[in-house]
Design a protein around this ligand. Structure first.
Ligand code: PMP
Length: 426
């Protein structure tokens, strides 16, 4: 079995547990943020030694950085199988949340439009649309899935739906949505598809071009810090024709061609949407991580993570106290993301004990996807109102494991052993 640990920085640093023993911690919280690749850190260090202003002046450092920064857009397009496609823009943002907020704000200029989203979404792909557009939701079924039929029903019934926005993979269940099949439906109704790729981007190859035009992804948003690069850089990749001639989300230098006393001529996309000094180091890191992931190959990445995920699902389903949410069927297209509860132990206690007694990092709660988690827990609408308002939702939640490329089968075995000990000693 492959081991990718040597490619990463900082994952072998021991921690002291309760002042007793030194152990190498296990990080099963990659859905939140991933540790950096060594190559990415090297590129950041190298570029940090000599950087200059981007697109602002005349000078050797600035020129070099501007050139690299502009070239990086091609690398991003290449990563999503859009090399040479000048009908797409790469707009750099801070993260997925900023990217989706930007889209929600600028695309809303397409007046009277309704946006169709789903109850599976992270808040980042729900709240911005609620703020700027009319929103309809595709419901999830009992196992937490959305159906293509329901997407089509919404589109057929409401011609004002101009955009459909859906997560590429859920940060709660890890379910991978069939984005190309969704694209086919969306395009049949003359709408455009936006994909929140925050979770998907580091785990599966994303072919935005699709196999044909009907399957193409029109807009996609992702964050570098979930793909083994540091914080602060992400991107929107989207159809330039939809991103030009709009009022920008942020206004300032770099987004304009001419400013007169009483008038402004805005630049074209992507510059229109990149006001202010850009995150050169973050973007260099992002591109470096894309290079490494491509080199390893997404088939390898998928195979490695799936093997560990299947082992965890199998072993977790053997523990009688464990309640697993979502499909446990191995054939389900799902990232290495598993949510569970332990009967009789509060989810927060499970997560804290895993961390403090065994050095295992997980996440607990509702994972910024409250409506989805409530549904997975079978909480009806009335109970949802009560739980949110009277208990702040504290009594409701789950524990989440989310795998990264550097996790190993040995760690999965340690995790199962630790969870069994935790339950036994409770
Ligand atoms: N969408 C999904 C599916 C996510 O998992 C996350 C992060 N948990 C986001 C959006 C937001 O990403 P960021 O915090 O990088 O903006």
């Amino acid at each position: 079995m492959m081991n990718y640990r040597h490619l990463f920085d900082g994952i072998e640093i021991p921690v002291k547990l309760g002042g007793r023993r030194n152990i190498i911690p296990i990080n099963f919280d990659n859905g939140a943020t991933t540790p950096p690749l060594k190559w990415v850190n090297e590129m950041v260090r190298k570029n940090a030694l000599s950087y200059g202003p981007i697109a602002r002046g005349a000078g050797q450092k600035g020129d070099k950085c501007t050139e690299q920064f502009e070239a990086s857009r091609e690398s991003v397009l290449d990563f999503f199988n859009l090399l040479g496609r000048n009908d797409y823009s790469v707009i750099y943002v801070k993260n997925t949340t900023e990217g989706l907020n930007l889209l929600a704000n600028v695309l809303f200029e397409y007046k009277d439009c309704t946006v169709l989203t789903t109850r599976m979404e992270h808040h980042a792909n729900d709240l911005p649309w609620r703020h700027t557009a009319h929103v309809e939701y595709v419901e999830v079924d009992k196992s937490g899935r959305i159906s293509l039929k329901e997407i089509e029903n919404h589109l057929a019934q409401n011609p004002s739906i101009k955009f459909v926005t859906v997560t590429g993979a859920s940060n709660v269940t890890g379910y991978i949505n069939p984005i190309h099949e969704i694209a086919r439906i969306v395009h049949r109704y003359d709408a455009k598809l936006i994909v929140d790729a925050a979770q998907l981007v580091a785990h599966r190859a994303i072919n935005m071009a699709g196999r044909c035009e009907a399957e193409q992804i029109d807009f996609l948003v992702f964050s570098g810090h979930k793909m083994y690069a540091p914080y602060g850089a992400g991107a929107i990749v989207g159809l330039t024709s939809y991103l030009n001639n709009l009022h920008p989300f942020l206004r300032g230098g770099g987004a304009v061609d001419v400013v007169l006393d009483n008038d402004v001529i805005w630049s074209e996309s992507p510059y229109l949407h990149e006001a202010g000094t850009q995150n050169y180091l973050g973007v260099m890191a992002l591109v470096a991580s894309m290079q490494v992931l491509k080199k390893i190959g997404f088939d390898e990445i998928e195979e490695h993570e799936t093997r560990i995920k299947n082992y965890l699902l199998k072993e977790l389903s053997k523990i009688p106290e464990v309640i697993l949410y979502g499909d446990v069927d191995y054939s389900v297209n799902r990232l290495g993301v598993i949510v569970f509860n332990v009967r009789g132990i509060h989810f927060e206690e499970v997560a804290f004990k895993l961390a403090s007694q065994f050095g295992i990092a997980t996440r607990y709660g509702k994972f910024c996807a409250h409506p989805y988690v409530d549904r997975m827990l079978g909480i009806n609408e009335e109970q949802r109102q009560i739980s949110e308002h009277t208990h702040n939702g504290e009594d409701i939640g789950m524990v989440r494991i989310s795998l990264g490329l550097y996790n190993t089968m040995g760690e999965a075995k340690d995790f199962i052993h630790s969870l069994r000990c935790l339950i036994y000693h409770h």
